[in-house]
Structure formats: C-alpha cells, structure tokens
Design a binder for this molecule. Sequence first.
Ligand SMILES: *Cc1c(COP(=O)(O)O)cnc(C)c1O
Length: 274
Amino acid sequence: MKFRGCHYFIKRDDLINPDFSGNKARKFTHYLTHDYPHIKRIVSYGSNQSNAMYSLSVLAKMRGWRFEYFVDHIPNYLKENPHGNYLCGLTNGVIFHESKWDDTQIIPHDTLLIHEGGRQIEAKVGVKLLAEEIEEWRVGHGLDDLSILLPSGTGTTALYLQKYSPSKVYTTPCVGDSTYLRSQWSALEADSTLHPTILETAKKYHFGKLYKEHYELWMGLKRETGIEFDLLYDPIGWRAIEEQKPPTPLLYIHQGGLLGNMSMIPRYQRKYGN
Ligand SMILES: *Cc1c(COP(=O)(O)O)cnc(C)c1O
C-alpha cells in the first residue's frame, strides 16, 4: 500500500479468521493445537477491554474449557452498557472476577494459567509460523532485504518474530518504555543479540489514553489505504515509522485488534465530539 507518498507491504493478520485473528491468534496457536487431556479451565488476568481476553474466550469456547478472567476494575458504565471485547467475552461465557490477580496463588492441576497479554513461552509456536510465512513470501518476491515493523505491548510477538526471522524486526513500545520492553524480552530470551530493534517515538504516550493525533493518523490511514488499523497500538507504530524512517522495503504487520476499536471509537467521540 501507499501512504503519504511511501510504499509499504502489509501483512494482514487481522484477516486470519473473524473470531480468532491478529497476533493473539498467533500467540495462542499452541493452546489451540496442543493436546491438553487434563485441562478443564483457563485462568488469565488483565484489562476489562483486553484483546487477549477476547481471543482466549474464543479459544475456551472452541476447546470446551471454562474461562475465568481477573480484572482489577470494571467501570459501572461498562457493566451497564457492555460493548467491545468485554461484551464479546461475556457472550462467549467468560466468568469475570473483579479482583486483583494474586500472582502467588496455586494453580490447580486442571487449570491452565495464561499471563496477561499472552506473555508466554508457548507463544513461540504460532509466531514461528508467522516468521516462516513472511520468509516464504520474501523469497518468493525476490526481496533481498526486508525490514519488519510491528508495535509492541508485552513485546512477545516481536521477540519471537525476530528469533525466527532472518529479516530485521523493528518495534515500538506502546505499554511501557524501552526499559520495560527489554526486561520483558530478557525474561523470555536471555540472548539479547536475538532481541528486536526498538524505534521510539519522540513523544511518550500513556497506554490506552486518548490522543487526538492518534485518531487523526488512524483516520488518515483508513482514508488513504482503505485499511482499518487498531487504535491502541497502530497509531504509535505508524508514528514511529514516520519519525524514524526504518530501511525499506518495509513490511508492517497488522496485528488485528479491531474489536477493540468498538470501544475506542466511542471514547474518542465522547472526548472530542463527532
Ligand atoms: C496484543 C496486541 C499487540 C501487542 O502484542 P505483544 O505481543 O504483547 O507485544 C499489538 N497490537 C494489537 C492489535 C494487539 O491486539
């Protein structure tokens, strides 16, 4: 696609499957395909509109597992007007517990714990497949060099993509800063030469906060390319590209998350009007 005069390749992981898509589908591939005869239940925790929570609710439904999800706080507004990932989670039978996740609790034998955002070693199974698909495409198109960029939350997808890809992987922290991202990576992969390359935006953004410039960039992308990106991570990824201009040809990974836009768009409208 072409955007503001530059050419990009887009990997449309948002189109994998309407219910199970984006990088959460990649990160949870292992749990979909692995044999778990003793498991009856999954437990996870995180925010009330989490993309990971929704994807896990689909996974639990497909596998016939009970899914319990711990969230610090569910605002009254959301309880009275369920929408977005929260509503779809409810529809898929998620049992929400409004209480802080206790990391010291003992996980029963029949229960699978999945950490916030799918920050798990198991994520490497599906992300490796993504790396292989990209590599096959790169070779098939005769591209000698390729840069890959994807914005990071926990950084799990970017980490395993770099581990399995011969191309250089760039990423931008969206949840914490670069120090947070490096510590997440080090917990999963000790060899820092296998870590992705960080491109920071000049301005620091608070995760989940609304920024008019994010909405404008997101809208610009939609108008010019016809592709709807996510509103939490992608505006930061695209800003990093515009500011830092990573080497081309550049492949941007659309990591899904569009259901989350159904809660982000009304928040933007409430704050800035139509
Ligand atoms: C979860 C998510 C991310 C962050 O993925 P990590 O592997 O945690 O870095 C990025 N973009 C979208 C759309 C997501 O849903």
